[in-house]
Write a protein that binds this ligand. Structure first.
Ligand SMILES: [Mg+2]
Length: 121
């Protein structure tokens, strides 16, 4: 089973995302900010990261920058989740190492399409 780490400060978003990902046969873990996410990746590198943009302590951009610099940190597919309808933010995320992005709120079908695009579904 593939492992997915959801990094998002919203408990509701984590719950909804977890449900969708478990339906898609992922083993799901959660972190409520980038720092906690990095700690979990250090312990065990996931196959997929679903990453929020705005979070306290460490935001999504800081997370992916640190992740991509870690040993093995180039391996997980990272899908950036943003509510910002802002091309500049998306480009910033992709430049920092994100593989794809998805606009929140997303449903099962939208997320599945994005996961197909990164070879994860
Ligand atoms: Mg957030």
């Amino acid at each position: 089973m593939r492992d997915c780490l959801i990094v998002d400060d919203s408990r509701v978003i984590r719950k909804v995302s977890r449900h969708i990902l478990e339906t898609l046969d992922f083993n799901v873990d959660e972190a409520e900010n980038g720092r906690e996410g990095i700690d979990k990746c250090t312990a065990a590198m996931p196959d997929l990261v679903l990453l929020d943009w705005n979070m306290p302590v460490m935001n999504g951009l800081e997370f992916i920058t640190e992740l991509r610099g870690m040993p093995g940190g180039d391996e997980p597919k990272v899908v950036f989740c943003t509510t910002e309808n802002d091309v500049a933010h998306i480009r910033e995320a992709i430049n920092a190492g994100a593989d794809e992005y998805v606009m929140k709120p997303f449903d099962h079908e939208t997320l599945q399409i994005k996961l197909q695009l990164v070879g994860m579904s």
